[in-house]
Design a protein around this ligand. Sequence first.
Ligand code: NAP
Length: 284
Amino acid sequence: MKVLVTGSNGQLGNEMRRVATEMCSGHEFIFTDVAELDITDAAAVLEAAKGVGAIVNCAAYTNVDAAEDNEDVAYLINATAAANLAAAAKAEGALLVHVSTDYVFGGEGNTPRTEELATNPLGAYGRTKLAGEQAILESGCRSVIIRTAWLYSIHGKNFVKTMLSLMAGRPSLNVVFDQVGTPTYAGDLADAIGTILNTPAPAEGVYHYSNEGVCSWYDFAVAIGQLAGSPCQVNPCHSSEFPSKVERPAFSVLDKTKIRTAFNLTIPHWQTSLKRCVAMLQNS
Ligand SMILES: NC(=O)c1ccc[n+]([C@@H]2O[C@H](COP(=O)([O-])OP(=O)(O)OC[C@H]3O[C@@H](n4cnc5c(N)ncnc54)[C@H](OP(=O)(O)O)[C@@H]3O)[C@@H](O)[C@H]2O)c1
């Protein structure tokens, strides 16, 4: 099967390049980022999707803070372009694997979010990602929508790399302990997408994927420091100490039961995958 990957220079897209050779050598991959295929260009998307059996959309407007001032641009990439991909998938009878976010939920409650829970985005990014999900579902194309959270990898910008660079230059650091969720190593998510691509007639629907376990950003930062052997002191603080235009969910643990069961996945604990990623960063 031919597989079109969009946004392939990003964190997840780069991990899909690895999955293509390690797990999916039976498929033919076409990797694109905005220079080769701007997913906001509906005609170009239709053309690029000709003859494909699947599209994996790793492209997105991911700057959560900037989205507050640029909701129209975020909407174009996260919603209008998702509709373009859905239309192309429908025209080809292809499967669209699309990635969404825990930010479609508000932060209320303290039980893991299932796919059935009512959405309630707190900001522009979450609103535009939710609109993207809805456009795909309304299109009637074959789709697997995977909501993920706290994505990090050796590529691009992310919390792990930011913490390592801050810890290298400071004796101490304050990190919020009142937002709780689960990190996701992009390599693990890409592996899950590889499994889905290798599944004949995968069950369509909305799924949740992060690593297993639960932590606050503070716990995450402490673990990063310990794995890196950093002497930097990490102190817990409240979100109110970091004023932001965006209200972030206080609790955003995703329940992975559905994706685990549907695709027989073994999902690593966040500490296991963090250890792998920090080791890779230190050896690079
Ligand atoms: N990062 C997180 O913490 C997080 C959390 C939850 C969910 N997610 C979701 O997970 C998915 C993957 O995220 P990620 O962190 O891998 O994203 P990323 O690293 O920001 O990569 C996104 C890629 O898409 C490209 N892109 C932007 N506009 C495009 C366009 N019009 N046409 C084609 N490509 C375009 C970007 O190029 P430029 O860099 O040049 O803009 C970038 O290479 C996204 O759907 C995101 O919403 C991410």
